[in-house]
Design a protein around this ligand. Structure first.
Ligand code: UD1
Ligand code: M6R
Length: 371
């Protein structure tokens, strides 16, 4: 079942152009004129009015599924105008945090069986909120117990490390934002750009997968390290968290995703000539802020690896002294889908080089069905 691949994680990383195509199949409508471009999510169409009128949208999940929701949050806020908040399922339960009848709660889970997410769903149902599921598993507990939802249709994911489900979850939540957001004249150009971007996304993912050898070389360079930091912000704060989760989960290397805006509030003290730091600085509205973060890390002699938009290397690394990973440019809200792929590849190659089990990392289970 692994075909030409040695590991399921490797196979699942490389099949993302196809899994994303399946996720979008039949859901993107492209008529003749630009006005006719839209999104159809069969499972949500009868509930869109309620979602639009809700007081809050609350994303709830664990691990990678939480990170996917975090990546989609800014675009959903932009298009819906509804406040979007984030909850890690276990933390919501620990706090018994407030959930109201006027809330739309969105449960994100690849397996649809994660105990914490399922218990948070029961809690939200008891509190009278509208409960929406986003899951990869038809017939799973979350799919059955939510009022409505969307299957991500990424295909079966076997590697314990979630890869193709993450990118498909982001795409589904981006489509959710397009479906919920009002089709106003002011948002028309933006909507069309994102829908066109979705159509072209599998091609861009195919392009970024060509960096495989480059990431293998980077893994060789980092194989002996004890720690790896990842700095991101805006749309790519989630990329930093998810990249670091992959590295710690499979390569068993300490890694931390850090919000770049928090750098001076503590993490900067860690920076020296030895600790490797990946900075995500692809082109979007946060770019100039990330340029200044790079300058400040550079001034402290940080060992930088910068992920930037193709052609931007001279802008992010004027002295030529840092290593650069150049990725294709896509619409800002879709950039996390492209940007995570080099980090998935890096985590994969680090794991192989360090001799650890890729598909079954120690102490972990694919689906965490106990609290
Ligand atoms: C559905 C069919 C698909 C068919 C398509 C044709 C299923 C599972 N899907 O896809 O095979 O090709 O119509 O139009 O039969 N749901 C939840 N919670 C969740 C996920 C989904 O309640 O977490 C519900 C949805 O609200 C919906 C149903 O499950 O009622 C199916 O969802 P989904 O597969 O996303 O719907 P379609 O894409 O329309
Ligand atoms: O099945 P779920 O999406 O609910 O699982 C949530 C987490 O357990 C899961 O994403 C975990 O963090 C992954 N192993 C990360 O790769």
């Amino acid at each position: 079942k692994k075909g030409n691949y040695e590991h399921f994680m490797q196979k699942e990383i490389h099949e993302q152009p196809e899994s994303l195509t399946t996720t979008m199949r039949g859901r993107l409508i492209c008529g003749g004129s630009s006005k006719a471009k839209s999104v159809l999510l069969g499972g949500l169409k009868d509930h869109l009015k309620t979602i639009r009128r809700s007081r809050r949208i609350v994303f709830i999940g664990c691990g990678t599924s939480y990170n996917a929701a975090l990546a989609a949050r800014p675009f959903l806020e932009e298009l819906s105008g509804v406040p979007v908040t984030m909850e890690i399922a276990s933390d919501l339960l620990d706090r018994q945090g407030p959930i109201y009848r006027e809330d739309t709660t969105v449960f994100v889970s690849q397996s649809g069986e994660t105990a914490d997410t399922l218990l948070a769903l029961q809690y939200a149902l008891e509190n009278g909120a509208l409960c929406v599921g986003i899951t990869n598993t038809v017939g799973s507990a979350i799919a059955r117990n939510t009022h409505c939802g969307v299957h991500i249709n990424a295909g079966c994911e076997i590697g314990v490390a979630s890869t193709k489900a993450y990118t498909s979850q982001i795409v589904v939540m981006t489509m959710l934002a397009l479906a919920v957001g009002a089709d106003t004249i002011s948002s028309q150009a933006r909507r069309v750009a994102v829908i066109d971007g979705l159509f072209d996304l599998p091609n861009k993912v195919r392009e970024v997968l060509k960096l495989n050898e480059e990431l293998k070389d980077l893994a060789k360079l980092l194989v002996q390290e004890e720690s790896l930091l990842m700095f991101g912000r805006g749309y790519n704060y989630a990329t930093a968290l998810e990249g670091a989760l992959k590295v710690k989960e499979v390569a068993l290397m300490h890694s931390e995703g850090i919000l770049a805006g928090e750098m001076k509030h503590g993490p900067l003290a860690l920076v020296d000539e030895t600790l490797p730091i990946i900075v995500i600085a692809t082109h979007d509205s946060c770019f100039s802020k990330q340029q200044s973060v790079i300058q400040q890390l550079h001034a402290r002699k940080g060992r930088l690896i910068v992920m930037c938009t193709k052609g931007d290397a001279p802008l992010v690394c004027p002295s030529g002294s840092c290593r650069v990973i150049e990725v294709p440019h896509v619409e800002d809200c879709l950039q996390p889908v492209v940007n995570i792929i080099p980090l998935q590849l890096l985590a994969y190659h680090l794991t192989v080089l360090r001799g650890y089990n890729v598909d079954q990392p120690r102490n972990l289970a694919k689906s965490v069905t106990t609290q």
